[in-house]
Design a protein. Structure first.
Length: 113
């Protein structure tokens, strides 16, 4: 997505949008959640909570947010919850597998469009 944003609105707008999304994430996470940016415009979230409610809140907040230069912005979210009994390494491996599966599905879907 950000390749098109950077081409049409320039890199500065893309940077502002990423910062805005990071702010929205920061406002929605709690101290026992783990969030990281792991690629250009991709974030990973690890949570103990019901991630479906969390995802709906994030999507809603992003849809309602007025981004720089009114650039139309949406989000695709892949969130993994983890069992507090498992180790963080096991949970991180699980989220990595889910993200890669989601990315492959998204890439395949975009090729068909």
């Amino acid at each position: 997505m950000f390749t098109q944003v950077n081409k049409k609105y320039e890199h500065m707008s893309g940077d502002f949008i990423l910062k805005n999304i990071a702010d929205i994430l920061r406002k929605n996470i709690t101290s026992d959640m783990f969030v990281c940016r792991y690629a250009g415009d991709e974030f990973a979230i690890l949570t103990l909570y019901n991630y479906k409610l969390f995802r709906e809140k994030l999507v809603s907040d992003i849809e309602e947010y007025e981004f720089h230069q009114n650039v139309p912005t949406s989000i695709s979210i892949g969130i993994a919850d983890y069992d507090s009994e498992s180790t963080l390494n096991e949970s991180m491996m699980d989220i990595a597998k889910k993200i890669n599966k989601y990315r492959k599905h998204s890439i395949d879907k975009s090729k068909r469009s």
